[in-house]
Design a protein around this ligand. Sequence first.
Ligand code: NDP
Length: 338
Amino acid sequence: MSFNNQSIGTYETKASRYDKMVYRRCGKSGILLPSISIGLWHNFGHSDNFTNARNILRSAFDHGVTHFDLANNYGPPYGAAEENFGRILEKDFLPYRDELIISSKAGYDMWPGPYGDFGSRKYLMASLDQSLKRMGLDYVDIFYHHRPDPDTPIEETMRALHDIVQQGKALYVGISSYPTKLTAQAAKILMEMGTKLLIHQPRYNMMDRWAEDGLLDELGKQGTGAIAFSPLAQGVLTNRYLKAFPEKSRAVKDGRYLQKENITKEILNKVDALNGIAEARGQTMAQLAIAWLLKDERISSVLVGVSSPKQLIENVKTIENLTFTKSELQKIEKILKK
Ligand code: NDP
């Protein structure tokens, strides 16, 4: 990360930070989440610009975005986003720690050998200790199991999450990308031990709607919140690629998770048509995609990624128009189902 951070001065947030943000209750819990949260998967690694990363988080908090989402393996390299976040926290956010919901996760490959991947107690416990060290925190607000593990008994993984709460290293726990049946099982096992499953983090956007096939119903039934990741399909559901493939875009500069060749003409035609609806609503394409998710009250928060404070501010402004007419929703369905 380039540490050209002298020029931006000390941080003092705005008194107005809570004036406009809409907060939603996370399932049946005491936690309110901002309807738009910020994820540090991209743009917070060691090859990214530290001042930009810092400015993104400053403008997020200034606009009432109180939830920062991390994971052990965000970078690159793995761990870098947590390290850089720890530096930013120390410089800018320590006075505001109690105003923040900070989450981390473990579940994907993190270190070599048999104990740095999936869902064993050994991995989860060690990984959270490492994450806390990297971020300079005593506890995270939410600790997630990042993905289901087909081989570790779910009782072991859930027991580890429960014990992590008992140890005070996380206030709440969540799961990510668990299918519906396994989610129900996880929630039940946790509840029997006395820990509530606070939240589920599924990928959910206009082009990936698996959560609608039972997951959201199950979460509603359990009183578990839902936070949608990759709501903009990594930037595809914005105006980013409508005219060209910009050099600094994720599809061009990164290519690890979003490949240029997968953003086909067919997809872009759909986005272009959706963009027409967005314009008629006085919104940008990104704002339409976020508002479309938030129309469902079971979505506690939409977890965006951004590469600049400008994108963040644009996304936060979505809350100014969250309602859809029947006819708009029908038009959107028609485009998506083409
Ligand atoms: P998005 O779908 O929000 O995509 C983010 C990208 O979209 C940005 O990097 C930017 O691309 C582009 N973008 C954002 N806002 C705008 C805008 N207003 N106008 C134009 N382009 C815009 O989310 P991510 O895929 O980044 O995921 C968000 C978060 O979700 C992650 O940081 C992480 O916390 C979480 N996540 C969780 C996973 C899990 O397994 N649980 C997996 C993946 C993500 P560009 O860089 O080109 O400018």
